[in-house]
Design a protein around this ligand. Sequence first.
Ligand code: PEP
Ligand code: MN
Length: 345
Amino acid sequence: MENTADCDMDIGAPVIIAGPCAAESRTQVMQTALETAALGLQEKGYRIIFRAGIWKPRTSPESFQGIGDEGLEWLQEVQRVTGMEVATEAGTPEQAAKAVRAGIDHLWTGARTGASPMMIQQIADAVTEAQRDGGQLKSLLVKNPMHEDAALWAGNIRRMQKTGLPVTAIHRGCGHRPCWRMAWKLSKMMPDVPMLLDPSHMSGDSRQVQELCRTAASLDYDGVMIEVHTCPSEALSDAQQQIKPEELPQCLFKRQQTDELVWLRQQIDEADDDIWNAIARRMEISREIGEWKRGQRMEVVQPARFRQVQERRLSWAADNGLHEDTVRAITEALHHESIRTQQHD
Ligand code: PEP
Ligand code: MN
């Protein structure tokens, strides 16, 4: 069965997936769920799904790895007590099978798992089998891989679509920054796949969540996944990016019609961020070079080196369709700033 237009996650109402990064204790899960449910978002026209990670893919083996199987029971309790649908992350086929058997409504795969199409395939196969055995999973959500690779993200989504379940994309960015270009490419490749934005992992900063939700609305996303914790500063993972349930209503949005210009400008801003970050990085290196030169009593200005830098860029420009005058002006401005940095430090 292919993913169909009238599938469960092909939603008119914006989706809000909210809940803690990780299930830490029964009390924490229930309290967060009750406070979230009490906001009455469903009645305000949103489709609300409660999230909590049970098995956490962490960078460091010393940090909290998730509560494990026990957390599934807490999510079942959330379903029973609040009536909310629940979602968790599967990083292995075994976890996927356990979650489906426990009656979890939605499963997502994370950015780290997204780097491995073989693991995604194994998870998809485990879901297919668990569904055949009577599983009631409603949908799958696929986060983008941690690095910019729209084709891999699309491939992962197609693997998941073969389960016959509706599949939604989640744009969580690369590291702690958005990757609008990748999201744009995916939406061109798969216009029928709904896409959510995850402002929490995208920024790693609770203070940016609200603004990113506004951006998601202006780009006509289908909803958001937001990390919510009753006491963010005490969270066992992702403490800096979680907001309190009571802050959630500030992050909601009305869906808007958007045009391509908004998306394209978003990508221009992203490209500008890349350029300026690269310039700042270049100046940091310049500063180190300045110190080295001082140690060697070497002149700051080295005309032969500048000529070499500029010529290398001019031959590159010829192959990349940039005008020689522009390239000269930019390399001169960069060199000027570099010299200034070295003379003033
Ligand atoms: C998460 O949602 O808790 C998570 C681990 O996200 P990501 O895979 O986007 O880092
Ligand atoms: Mn998290």
